[in-house]
Design a protein around this ligand. Structure first.
Ligand SMILES: Cc1ncc(COP(=O)(O)O)c(C=O)c1O
Length: 431
């Protein structure tokens, strides 16, 4: 009901997306003409997730991904294009160059390599293709996604040194330097996660990258949940490879991930991969050669992603997206603090991608009931993933706005009243 009211309030500002987007003319014929998205005037007339023609709207995904997407991105999925169609090859070119623009790097120095599959596929493609097997890699991990890199390396029998920190702790630069002077002095690469979606902690990509570079190492960063919403200076961080995926902060749909690679570094990976399908150099050479994927391409997700890139531009780029996500996070933080919930991370470590909250210490608390009741009200949250505390997570990314987050807070309050979980004693031992 509330959504219907919101739809009506936006109705006056509806315009055709084609007239909004300067690059829409490059879109495949017939793709986007019927879209009349509801626009959010407060955010540069950014198309919202609302489909004005549907009586019942999608649930809102406050998760780490897949995420809520705009109506117009969803509509772009209705276009069928053959994998060899020149219009599709243009989509591939637009996506590859559009991602370099988002990254703020030049096509002379960097290239984008899309990889079919989820984010993990692109991480595996990078690790199994670029590491010098005689030297290995130093992995910094302060969460499950850092540790997943070590599982990939084990599967490919690639040597590694692990620098593991607690999931609420930033890696220590002095310790990293010491490792690179001793146990890990011979590694060819250093690899780490930027925004650790496990807890929501955001690592200092610039400091870690610069140190690894100063110690003569190539730098790999998993920026899966941050690229497009956190400003990342490739020069300052000395990045050789940045990995992210379609269904995170660019706000596309699942189906592929991508690696933004320094061309001169990727050259070193020629013939080095222990996988055929995930050979990063091979994938890039294929795309550069005839403009096509080597194996069946994710046509629909790529077409939708081209639209998502246009909408990132409409919003005002990475800085504007960062402002909206921060506003989502601030809205949640204020609302849940009022209800007595406690953040898992210390405020200074808390990023604006996803927040982990402690379960309240209350006899009536039941996470499954909480989750299902919110789900019934069309708000999807996520279980916790940290190792030493019972938590739930709420994401701030995707096509959601502070107004949506405000409604989530209201729903949480209602559910807590229904569960009679009103008194939130803060957890005694936090970490
Ligand atoms: C930081 C990070 N790395 C890797 C992944 C794995 O991506 P996927 O689940 O798409 O394979 C995720 C997923 O959320 C992530 O947040």
């Amino acid at each position: 009901m509330q959504r219907t009211a919101k739809m009506a309030s936006h109705a006056a500002s509806r315009v055709c997306l084609r007239s909004m987007s300067s690059s829409a003319a490059a879109a495949p014929a017939g793709s986007f003409t019927a879209a009349k998205p509801v626009l959010n005037a407060k955010y540069n007339n950014l198309p919202t997730h609302i489909d004005p023609n549907r009586p019942v709207q999608d649930k809102l995904l406050f998760t780490p991904g897949p995420l809520t997407t705009s109506y117009s991105v969803k509509q772009a999925l209705t276009t069928d294009l053959g994998s060899r169609d020149v219009a599709f090859q243009q989509v591939i070119r637009d996506v590859r160059s559009g991602l370099l623009d988002v990254a703020g790097v030049s096509a002379a120095e960097y290239t984008t390599v899309p990889v079919q599959g989820s984010g993990t596929f692109a991480i595996e493609a990078t690790l199994c293709s670029v590491i010098d097997r005689k030297k290995g890699v130093l992995v910094i991990a302060n969460g499950a996604y850092g540790l997943r890199q070590t599982a990939i390396l084990k599967a490919h029998k690639i040597p590694f040194v692990l620098y593991e920190c607690a999931d609420y702790e930033a890696p220590d630069l002095a310790k990293l330097e010491q490792l690179l002077q001793t146990t890990a002095k011979d590694v060819s690469h250093v690899s780490f996660v930027h925004s650790e979606t496990t807890s929501g902690i955001v690592n200092d990509v610039h400091a870690l990258g610069a140190l690894a570079h100063r110690m003569g190492k190539r730098v790999i960063v998993d920026a899966m949940s941050s690229f497009g919403a956190y400003p990342i200076d490739f020069k300052k961080a000395h990045l050789d490879y940045l990995i992210s995926s379609a269904n995170k902060c660019i706000e596309g749909v699942p189906g592929f991930a991508f690696v933004i690679a320094r061309k001169s570094s990727l050259e070193e990976a020629k013939g080095n991969s222990s996988s055929l399908a995930l050979d990063l150099y091979g994938q890039c050479a294929g795309l550069d050669g005839n403009g096509q994927f080597r194996f069946t391409p994710p046509t629909h997700p790529l077409i939708a992603f081209a639209q998502a890139l246009r909408e990132l531009k409409i919003e005002g780029g990475v800085d504007a997206r960062a402002r909206r996500y921060k506003a989502n996070q601030q809205t949640l933080m204020k609302g849940l603090a009022r209800l007595g919930f406690q953040l898992y991370l210390p405020a200074e470590q808390q990023g604006y991608i996803i927040s982990s909250y402690h379960w309240p210490k209350d006899k009536n608390w039941n996470f499954e009931r909480f989750y299902s009741a919110l789900n019934d009200k069309s708000f999807v949250i996520y279980p916790g993933k940290v190792s030493n505390a019972d938590c739930f997570r709420i994401g701030h990314i995707g096509r959601i706005f502070p107004e949506d987050t405000e409604r989530l807070v209201q729903a949480i309050e209602e559910v807590c009243k229904e569960m009679k979980t009103a008194a939130f004693a803060p957890p005694s031992a936090k970490l």
